[in-house]
Design a protein around this ligand. Structure first.
Ligand code: FAD
Length: 391
């Protein structure tokens, strides 16, 4: 079998992998992207791309935008609904097969090689990094595992151990004109699930993406809860194109996600936030950091462990702040649902802050600092909870 040699191999062609590959290829590195799926591939995802995510990309995504949302309707298990308006769109709605294909095309145009329908099954780390799949073998100086929340290759490298996780389920419902008006330019968010989580309806051109994200121990309730949400929306019996579940992982700080020659990016590293469970922006950001660390390592300046340091400085504070905000927000909902829904309805600060973060005009870390005393209490309580769990 012919051994192919590259500067870097990227496993996984989602947003994290294609961003890493595009940035590396643009800088002149020899990069191979390997993905097990036939491309373009479906990815269980709401396809909500906040404006801040779009702004991280150096090319337009208009060709794959299905709708833009500037309103959010909030409810608690269908009750106490109210709508909040952002000053301009706060998120684009995309179908992930088309969005991810656009990102990957940009990586290929920059010079990255692509090999799809290839599952990486083995990893050897003698000097260079060797990967093997059925009828395929390649080696490189460095490896980026952007292989999603299950991260099989990351596990082979013994990285990403101990990340927290939650469960999500999604259906894509065919929308005829009457149903489309249900979510036209409005994202629906249904709260009130224990101990935390929410159901959503995101409008697309021909489909409605409807799903739910819950704590891991609630995984068994995902499907029945989506069924009752569909019923509440009047979409019971609607034609379901695709229904799929997937886990989402969360990095809470300190977990090892890089060694000398191997680094995890995106979902593989648990880079989704615990307030909204979004991960595309962190996948893109971590891809940029992984490419930067790889280029330094390839030119003899340090190794990929510096990627973990830059992630601790640039991404982890945002994940930590989102976790503290989630702890306060969902905690209030759990203990005082009705008063908290009412307080939320009449507190513009809360939604203005969320929209500003989504539009890329603020960050969770900055917003958390504005409610400093509450955040500090939440962080102290979370630390105590973490200590009790590890004791
Ligand atoms: C139901 C649901 C809804 C979501 N909604 C949103 C949302 O609205 N907005 C948002 O920002 N985030 C959302 N997320 C999170 C978002 O989908 C992820 O954070 C994002 O896809 C991470 O990108 P990634 O590149 O790290 O991984 P992925 O997009 O998962 O890509 C990983 C790739 O690795 C490949 N792969 C895996 N193993 C191997 C192997 N052994 N060999 C070769 N290839 C392999 C896979 O085929 C896949 O293409 C949602 C997640 C779920 C589950």
């Amino acid at each position: 079998m012919k051994m192919n040699t590259f500067d870097t191999i990227v496993v996984g062609a989602g947003p994290a992998g294609s961003t890493t590959a595009r940035e590396l290829a643009t800088a002149g590195a020899r990069v191979l992207v390997v993905d097990r799926a036939k491309w373009p591939r479906y990815k269980a995802c709401g396809g909500g791309v906040p404006l801040r995510t779009e702004r991280m990309l150096p090319f337009p995504i208009d060709s794959v935008v299905e709708d833009s949302v500037s309103r959010m309707e909030l409810s608690a298990r269908g009750r106490m609904a109210f709508t909040k308006l952002s000053h301009g769109p706060f998120a684009r709605m995309v179908m992930r097969d088309r969005f991810d294909a656009l990102l990957l095309e940009q990586a290929q145009q920059a010079g990255a090689e692509l090999r799809t329908e290839t599952v990486i099954r083995n990893l050897d780390m003698n000097g260079n990094v060797h990967v093997r799949g059925d009828g395929f073998e390649a080696e490189a100086e460095t490896l980026i595992c952007a292989d999603g929340a299950h991260s099989p290759v990351g596990r082979m490298a013994e990285l990403g151990v101990g990340l927290a996780e939650c469960a999500a389920w999604e259906v894509e419902v065919k929308s005829h004109p009457k149903q489309a008006s249900v979510g036209e330019a409005t994202a629906l968010i249904d709260l009130g699930y224990n101990p935390w989580g929410y159901a959503w309806l995101f409008p697309k051109a021909e489909l409605l993406s409807i799903g739910i994200v819950l704590a891991r121990e609630e995984a068994g309730r995902l499907k029945p809860l989506v069924d009752s949400y569909l019923k509440r929306l009047g979409l019971e019996g609607a034609e379901v194109e695709i229904a799929r579940g997937h886990k989402i992982r969360f990095r809470r700080g300190g977990e090892l996600i890089a060694s000398e020659r191997i680094a995890l990016a995106g979902d593989a590293a648990g880079l989704a936030d615990e307030f909204t469970a979004e991960g595309i922006s962190y996948a893109i950001h971590s891809g940029q950091l992984a490419a930067r660390a790889t280029l330094e390592a390839l030119s003899g300046e340090g190794d990929l462990r510096q990627y973990q340091d830059s992630l601790e400085a640039e991404i982890q504070p945002e994940l930590d702040a989102a976790r503290a905000i989630a702890y306060m927000f969902y905690g209030m909902l759990k203990h005082a649902q009705r008063p908290w829904m009412l307080a939320s309805k009449f507190t513009p600060f809360l939604w203005d802050s969320l929209f500003a973060v989504q539009r890329g005009e603020s960050s969770y870390a900055r917003e958390a600092k504005r409610g400093r005393a509450l955040t500090a209490t939440a962080i102290a309580m979370l630390r105590r909870q973490d200590r009790q769990q590890t004791a």
